[in-house]
Design a protein around this ligand. Structure first.
Ligand SMILES: Nc1ncnc2c1ncn2[C@@H]1O[C@H](COP(=O)(O)OP(=O)(O)O)[C@@H](O)[C@H]1O
Ligand SMILES: [Mg+2]
Length: 267
């Protein structure tokens, strides 16, 4: 058990009422060192959200072990050391943008943890001018930026993100990817990021974890040796395309039985 990594060993999980012959996760082994940016990729139903929730301490598992920086997921969750950003941002509609982002400061004070300056966070996601607006006045991309700023505001040791950009258009998505990387580089948080997009996984990550379905387990872990910052020249260069091809090939080999949805492999 190490305090500088997330360790998942032989993790198995069957949902209550689910078919015990087809567990959601079956023998997942994974190592994520502190401060890495790691993406999980795989088709719907391969257990990505389940794995995130188990690591977050929000879901039980059957067999195997999970430790997060030397602690149990439950104790990390209780200590407010883990943040979770879902696909649809859950903002408080009666609070303006700034108050939504500064909420963690109050929660953290009670948990005895420090928090990040909300005005700095708003600047980093380019929302200073929207500080006094309310959630119903914001676009989907703006709402997700508020949710991300708030999650970093907690100064989590670990940030888990479950397809946070999948409902956004391509242009907004690419802008948010860069803002997310800016925050991550500054805050040195460990990020585990679930996505369906090969390009997004490669753009953001130090490593891409390719998952297979039936059973849900880790198929392959691919390192992304692209320089940072991942600016325009890096993400349009030949190395980027070669890495995307490698991830696609890995996804294909994970489903050579024929279960790989075309849309996932093509994107
Ligand atoms: N709360 C639940 N109860 C029963 N089955 C579930 C529940 N959540 C997920 N599952 C099942 O577990 C498997 C993995 O789901 P999930 O982790 O949501 O996959 P992904 O996020 O990769 O799409 C799927 O077969 C799904 O139907
Ligand atoms: Mg999911």
């Amino acid at each position: 058990m190490s305090d500088d990594r997330i360790e998942v060993r032989g993790l198995t999980k069957t949902y209550e009422g689910g078919d015990p012959r087809r567990p959601a996760l079956d023998g997942v082994d994974l190592d994520i060192p502190r401060r890495r940016f790691v993406s999980l990729i795989g088709p719907s139903g391969c257990g990505k959200s389940t794995l995130l929730r188990v690591i977050a301490g929000l879901e039980d598992h059957d067999t195997g072990t999970v430790t997060v920086f030397g602690s149990t997921p439950e104790s990390m969750c209780e200590a407010k050391a883990v943040g979770l950003v879902p696909q649809t941002p859950a903002l408080l509609p009666w609070l303006n943008v700034r108050r939504n982002v500064s909420l963690p400061a109050r929660v953290n004070r009670r948990a005895g943890r420090g928090s990040e300056d909300p005005d700095l966070l708003l600047r980093m996601v380019d929302l200073e001018d929207a500080a006094r607006r309310y959630p119903h006045e914001l676009s989907g991309g703006m709402k997700q930026r508020v949710a991300i700023a708030r999650a970093f505001g907690l100064r989590p040791d670990l940030l888990l993100m479950d397809e946070p950009f999948s409902a956004l258009d391509e242009f907004t998505r690419e802008a948010l990817q860069l803002q997310l990387l800016g925050l991550w580089e500054r805050m040195s948080t460990t990020v585990v990021f679930v996505t369906h997009s090969v390009r997004e996984a490669v753009t953001l990550s130090d490593e891409v974890v390719v998952m297979s379905a039936r059973p849900g387990r880790v198929h392959e872990v691919l390192p992304v040796d692209l320089p940072r910052p991942r600016d325009g020249a890096v993400v349009t260069g030949p190395l980027m395309h070669a890495l995307e091809d490698r991830v696609r090939a890995s996804l294909q080999s994970a489903w050579e039985v024929g279960a790989a949805p075309d849309d996932l492999v093509r994107r």
